[in-house]
Design a protein around this ligand. Structure first.
Ligand code: MTE
Length: 299
């Protein structure tokens, strides 16, 4: 598909280098990063990433069960190689692309993002991944396209949780095209410079840091460009509680609990709750996407 062959999966930053670079960055305020992302990285310097144990031990991945520890127990059953993504809909170059093909044409970098779950807890995760806009540019998005729809693998033999109709399978999500093209939106393939653990969405998952965690769909097998707002799993399950946008917003409570504060995972049970920030702290970068929209209507 014309991906430039200069970077491969092996280029994810090794852990030691990553830690070293982070220390340098903390001192030099975003050294090698530029513009938007440079400012973002500096804003995140104050954040201490959670440990790999926390990140890979407390998960939502209902295909492997609804308990927070189920994904760590059962996600090893998922075969993640070979892997391919079917890209279709309003694109110039539809096709079934192997993950290796996709990765050979994108720039893998590290992004330390705050992650805010709709259940009012949060973590900080050092992802390795690439901007989704790189993939979309490669397949040629047609001008009629307005949205991007995503779909997770559905494999009853490898996913013990799909026996239970807790949500409709396969898990699906969607973004408006401008959200998908935003440089903060990444496809992640690693954490701490290591291959992404299966329970975190191996081999490739979406990460949208200004939205509640459930928008960040895991183990993606299908991406479709469309002119219609795509259905999303949690909106289908409970439209009163989960809207299409799902932007982190301390002023719009979930019908059953407050979104004003969050419990920081790893902070200990007696740690003070932290105030939730508008757009999860990424307001400067993304607020303009929603100019003129009533965010309590479009929640
Ligand atoms: N993707 C799929 N396919 N299935 C899921 O159950 N859970 C979502 C999201 N992506 C989910 C999913 C929810 S509710 C959250 S909070 C995040 O994944 C959790 O991501 P993490 O386990 O990497 O922290």
């Amino acid at each position: 598909m014309g991906f430039k062959p200069d970077l491969t999966r092996r280029d994810v930053t090794p852990k030691a280098m990553f830690l070293n670079r982070r220390q340098i960055m903390a001192g030099a305020a975003g050294l090698s990063l530029t513009g938007l992302i440079g400012r973002q990285a500096r804003a995140q310097d104050a954040l201490e990433p959670n440990s790999m144990e926390e990140i890979a031990g407390y998960n939502n991945f209902y295909e492997f069960g609804t308990g927070k520890e189920d994904p760590a127990k059962y996600a090893h059953m998922l075969t993640t190689s070979p892997w391919s993504i079917e890209v279709g809909g309003m694109v110039d170059k539809p096709g079934n692309y192997s993950l290796d093909d996709i990765l050979s044409g994108v720039d893998i970098e590290e992004r330390i993002y705050r992650f805010r779950c709709v259940e009012a807890w949060s973590m900080v995760i050092p992802w390795n991944g690439f901007e989704l806009n790189q993939l979309l540019d490669q397949v040629g998005v047609q001008s009629r396209a307005k949205y991007v729809a995503f779909e997770t693998a559905y494999r009853p033999d490898e996913m013990p949780g799909v026996r239970f109709p807790v949500v409709e399978w396969p898990y699906v999500e969607g973004l408006r095209l401008d959200e998908a093209m935003h440089p903060l939106t990444i496809m992640a393939t690693g954490i701490y410079g290591e291959t992404i653990p299966n329970q975190n969405g191996a081999p490739i998952r979406l990460v949208v840091p200004w939205k509640y965690g459930f928008k960040s769909i895991k183990s993606i097998v299908k991406i479709t460009l469309t002119d219609q707002e795509p259905p999303t799993t949690w909106n289908k399950a409970n439209p009163r509680e989960y809207g299409f946008y799902s932007n982190v917003n301390p002023n719009v409570d979930h019908p059953r609990w407050s979104q004003a504060t969050e419990r920081v995972i790893g902070g200990g049970i007696f740690a003070a709750r932290k105030e939730t920030q508008m757009f999860n702290g990424y307001e400067e970068q993304v607020a303009s996407l929603y100019d003129g929209m009533d965010l309590s209507e479009n929640f």
